[in-house]
Design a protein around this ligand. Structure first.
Ligand code: C2E
Ligand code: CA
Ligand code: CA
Length: 280
């Protein structure tokens, strides 16, 4: 418990280093935090399976703790959620990812580059989430359709009416919405008809065993077909091997991410990848 309290205090302090805890929504002060703060964003490219081109990035937060070293988001996001720090953290991630997206040319209408940002279920408890998103888009100049917000199925299954209202407001702004880890939650296909979802991200667990004698390939294929029938794009997560890449492309899956193409990269390396796609 003491350890958790200490870590929460450290996280609060790290957020102060980004200028993000005020909740004032001003993104002007966050740009300078790049590289100097403990919290940094890494970017994993999204590849179009048909053409092999980079169509965007997913922003993934990292915490370089002064004493403990790198802490995985899997370890500190739950802490941020239970302490309420996820709100300033989420707002900082959003602003920083959008700023970076614009720097990479995502504001250019001729360049197809999408920035995906993970949004915790706790952030949907904020009825002002659409206002925060609209504010960040206005401040950074990122066109709304270039931003994709990723949420897990739990967002669609809990506090349904409130969350539906938030999602509809986000959709009205023009941002894209993706379901992360699709197929692993309390899946009820009924919500797909109610919620304005653009993209299904096929969970890594289905991709992992796609070549073996398991039902996973059939499930992955079914999710791709479900997406196609509903007019949603499909993204395969966690492609590590050539055989997985081929299998998913054959199934008609649109996009993919995974170590096979690239690990999440610091901003400068991700930018270099964008300038020289042959490096992929
Ligand atoms: P996620 O959104 O499902 O992100 C994908 C995770 O899989 C990332 O882990 C990524 O590094 C990892 N990954 C990507 N390709 C491969 C692969 O080929 N093989 C394997 N084994 N792993 C792969 P990461 O960065 O540690 O993030 C873990 C989770 O933490 C994320 O899962 C997401 O739920 C959460 N997270 C990360 N950044 C944020 C954030 O800014 N906000 C919120 N709310 N959650 C975040
Ligand atoms: Ca994600
Ligand atoms: Ca995922």
């Amino acid at each position: 418990l003491v350890d958790r309290l200490q870590l929460a205090a450290d996280l609060r302090r790290a957020l102060e280093g980004t200028g993000g805890t005020g909740g004032a929504g001003g993104t002007g002060g966050t740009g300078g935090a790049e590289g100097t703060g403990e919290l940094v964003l890494y970017y994993q490219p999204t590849i179009e399976l048909r053409s092999g081109t980079v169509t965007g990035f997913e922003a993934l937060v990292r915490w370089n703790h002064p004493v403990r070293g790198m802490i995985s988001p899997a370890d500190f996001i739950p802490l941020a959620e239970s302490t309420g720090l996820i709100r300033p953290l989420g707002q900082w991630v959003l602003a920083e990812a959008c700023r970076q997206g614009v720097e990479w040319g995502a504001g250019d209408p001729d360049r197809v580059l999408t920035m995906a940002v993970n949004v915790s279920g706790r952030q949907f408890d904020q009825t002002d989430l659409p206002a925060i998103v609209a504010g960040v888009l206005a401040d950074t100049g990122l066109p709304p359709e270039r931003l994709c917000l990723e949420m897990t199925e739990s967002v669609l299954m809990t506090d349904t009416e409130e969350n539906l209202a938030v999602l509809l407001s986000l959709k009205a702004i023009g941002v894209r919405l993706a379901i992360d880890d699709f197929g692993t939650g309390y899946s009820s296909l009924a919500y797909l008809r109610r919620f304005p979802v653009d993209t299904l991200k096929i969970d890594r667990s289905f991709v992992e065993r796609i070549g073996g004698a398991t039902p996973d390939a059939a499930l992955a294929r079914t999710i791709v077909q479900l997406g196609q029938s509903l007019g949603m794009a499909t993204v395969a997560e966690g492609i590590e091997q050539y055989a997985q890449f081929l299998a998913l492309r054959r199934m008609g899956c649109d996009l993919a991410q995974g170590y096979y193409f690239s690990r999440p990269l610091p901003a400068d390396e991700a930018g270099a990848l964008l300038r020289d796609p042959a490096a992929l």
